[in-house]
Design a protein around this ligand. Structure first.
Ligand code: IPM
Ligand code: MG
Length: 348
């Protein structure tokens, strides 16, 4: 029986709603070709709400559990209180729904998009598996002696064995499923000494995966190697903060932030899919932002829902759009948002 899925839609702010709409037109085409259906429920959550003093609360997040997946555009508004919508909505979803995996495939669709000389699609093909619920992220922190010369702010960097182990195991499993079967742990265990936990757990879990080749790197070195030798990376597993940073670096290798998609995943449960770019207010409402990240998010969502073939077909359609030149680029303004979605939908 063909699948029927309940999807919650959060367009959000800035270019979020327009790239999400474009991605939904690709979802329509995928439904027509593969025979599954979706029931879509829009939710008016955004950073914009915060300007008027409204907030998204944990009680509003709970009911999302009855959906199969959530598709998110972007959250962020220059006039909203800094960090508050991110805390409530972005981290509210990630922590509230225990979406411990932030899956970020970094795929170079066509070599002309790569800022590095002479690199082909085969050279840049990695996945960042970012831990999504721990670390210094989204913590309230403390301020002492506010406003004086002694003002001191601090926040806790916190990792649990359980949290570390589940993300590392997920990454090993992913690496095992890929042709190169390679996993790199990225941390800063030489300076952040508590990250010795990551080294120990990595070695422990590795015993279950003798077929996966592994190594470990400090994040500064990893940033250098990603630029100099991207081909040496297959799957990368890392902490929340470092994953945030290196996934933008990786997206740049693929042509820009607009190229990347991500899944905030708890295997087997409702999960949230989004482009990795933000709300880009300066391009909002002009129909010039690239929908590739949002379309990629739809592909990841379909894979999560078990519509693997449809997800793969969308990826292939994106790639074809770039290699045939019908999608000219990723930067905002290189092609109208809707036209890019049309190329992908037609290729499906
Ligand atoms: C991301 C974003 C978020 C993050 C922001 C919007 C808080 O940069 O998803 O990578 O830091 O996680
Ligand atoms: Mg980020």
């Amino acid at each position: 029986m063909p699948g029927a899925y309940r999807i919650a839609l959060i367009g959000g702010d800035g270019i979020g709603p327009e790239v999400t709409d474009a991605a939904l037109s690709v979802l329509d085409a995928a439904e027509a070709r593969f025979g599954f259906t979706t029931e879509r429920t829009p939710l008016a959550w955004s950073a914009q709400l915060y300007i008027g003093g409204e907030r998204v609360t944990p009680e509003m997040i709970e009911p999302l559990r009855k959906y199969d997946a959530v598709l998110l555009g972007a959250i962020g508004h220059p006039d909203a209180p800094r960090g508050l919508p991110e805390m409530d909505i972005v981290f509210g979803l990630r922590r509230g729904l225990d979406l411990f995996v932030n899956l970020r495939p970094l795929v170079l669709y066509d070599e002309r998009l790569c800022p590095l000389k002479g690199r082909t699609a085969a050279d840049v093909d990695m996945v960042v598996v970012r831990e999504n619920t721990e670390d210094v992220y989204g913590m309230p922190g403390r301020t002492e002696a506010a406003g004086t010369a002694d003002e001191t702010v601090s926040t806790e960097m916190r990792f649990t064995r359980r949290g570390t182990e589940r993300i590392i195991r997920y990454a090993f499993e992913l690496a095992r499923s890929r042709p190169r079967k390679r996993l790199t742990l990225v941390d800063k265990a030489n300076a952040i000494r508590i990250q010795d936990l990551h080294r120990r757990v990595f070695e422990e879990v590795a015993r279950e995966f003798p077929d996966v080749e592994r190594d470990a790197m400090y994040v500064d070195a990893a940033s250098m190697w990603m630029v100099l030798h991207p081909e040496r990376f297959d799957v990368i597993v890392t902490t929340n903060l470092f994953g945030d940073i290196i996934s933008d670096l990786g997206a740049a290798l693929c042509g820009g932030l607009g190229s990347g998609a991500s899944g905030n995943i708890h295997p087997g449960r409702v999960s949230v899919f989004e482009p990795i770019h933000g709300s880009a207010p300066k391009y909002a409402g002009q129909g010039v932002a690239s929908p590739i990240g949002a379309i990629g998010a739809v592909a990841l969502m379909l894979e999560h829902l078990g519509e693997r073939e449809a997800g793969k077909a969308i990826d292939a359609a994106i790639r074809k759009g770039f290699t045939t030149g019908r999608i000219p680029g990723i930067e905002a303004g290189s092609a109208p948002t809707k036209a890019v979605a049309r190329v992908v939908a037609q290729a499906l």
